[in-house]
Design a protein around this ligand. Structure first.
Ligand code: ADP
Ligand code: MN
Ligand code: MN
Ligand code: MN
Length: 352
């Protein structure tokens, strides 16, 4: 019997890549989805004379939309000439960093916020034909037709993620009407990106059937409306075991805060204004329970003296491979440098 494999990849659109996908029919005798290819000249990834790009499967799961034995296949893009990573392939560098710091066992939990739009690009939470809804306040985690729009899509998407076997950990309606969130994780640096891209693809795909667009824009509406972020929760094994490592991680991020913010997605200065539960993009701070700081340490983490920290700055349109790779590099390199400075047991013993 034949079945369908939907190959998904990231294109070369700037400043924010788009998801693309196409279907390969596989037969029973094929146990693993094979390497495939596509026309890079139609995705901003190649010129017409050297148009072939390679798709290499990196993650696969059950296809909850087609059902049966059909699958979704997340891919990375390689150059056909030498099978090296394409310039748009941000997963390959993240995988290198993940291997280098494997001993730190970095985990990520991503909170993906997004806005549903009509086909004319107006938010579904705003009145059709113009005008503004009632001000923010009743929408976050609300219930009732006057406060909630698009829940039928959220229900289908959440169940689809569960059926696919993705590590979805929750969903909620957001502060701006028609804005929602789902969370993926905790997972390692590349796995969280693989699963996030499949979850984003499922959301776009399910919303298609409702003539609804999913926007990951950082500040879809100017004015007194919250932007859309992708809060990035992270922990090393040391952070999961003690509080000092959490403070060290916050300080390591603080030492690199401008480099990081420049890689946290398009339009970040419009979103990180200091208002609407954000810290200003050009100032770094961290604090317990503080939703106005760059990094928040959840109250439960302070109480337990261990756990994780939340970088609140990444935009909804961030690249999870890039963000997880950079945070892993910054946090783990600082932790390793500190460990290297500590006297070993041997030298302590000698001094006695
Ligand atoms: P918030 O209170 O900021 O809205 P959420 O509940 O939306 O938080 O998201 C928290 C995310 O953190 C979830 O994806 C969860 O899986 C993730 N998480 C929990 N523990 C850890 C951990 N130790 N390391 C990394 N991520 C974690
Ligand atoms: Mn959340
Ligand atoms: Mn949120
Ligand atoms: Mn959060």
């Amino acid at each position: 019997m034949a079945y369908q494999a939907e190959y998904i990849w990231l294109d070369g659109t700037e400043p924010t890549p788009m998801l693309r996908s196409k279907t390969k029919i596989l037969h029973d005798e094929v146990s693993e989805p094979p390497i495939w290819g596509f026309d890079g000249s139609s995705t901003n990834q190649a010129t017409g004379d050297k148009s072939d790009c390679v798709l290499r499967p990196v993650f696969q799961c059950h296809d909850p939309i087609r059902g049966g034995r059909n699958i979704l296949v997340m891919c990375e893009v390689l150059l056909a000439s030498n099978m090296r990573p394409h310039a748009t392939n941000t997963r390959a560098p993240a995988a290198r960093v993940e291997r280098k710091f494997a001993h730190d066992q970095m985990w990520f939990g991503l909170e993906q916020e997004y806005t549903m739009l009509r086909l004319d690009h107006t938010p579904i939470g705003f009145p059709p034909g113009g005008g503004l809804p009632a001000p923010q306040g009743p929408y976050y985690c609300g219930v009732g037709a006057d406060h909630i729009m698009g829940r039928e899509i959220v229900e289908l998407h959440t169940q689809a993620c569960i059926d696919a076997g993705l590590s979805i950990s929750g969903t909620n309606p957001e502060v701006m009407p028609g804005q929602w969130e789902f969370q993926i994780g905790p997972l390692g640096p590349t796995a969280v990106g693989d699963q996030m891209h499949v979850a984003r693809w499922l959301l776009h795909r399910i919303a298609e059937d409702f003539d609804v667009l999913i926007s990951l824009a950082a500040k879809p509406e100017k004015g007194d409306w919250n932007g859309a972020g992708c809060h990035t929760n992270f922990s090393t094994i040391a952070m999961r075991e003690g509080y000092d490592a959490i403070i060290d991680a916050c300080q390591a991020i603080g030492d690199n805060f401008l480099m990081l913010v420049e890689n946290y997605g398009d339009g970040i200065k419009e979103r990180l204004t200091g208002a609407h539960e954000t810290a200003p993009w050009n100032k770094f701070s961290y604090g317990v329970s503080d939703r106005g700081s760059s990094i928040r340490i959840p109250w439960q983490v302070e109480k337990d003296g261990k756990g994780y920290a939340e970088d609140r700055r990444p935009n909804a349109n961030m690249d999870p491979y890039l963000v997880a790779g950079l945070i892993t590099q910054v946090v783990c390199a600082a932790a390793d440098a500190k460990t290297a400075k500590k006297p070993t047991k041997k030298t302590v013993a000698k001094k006695k």
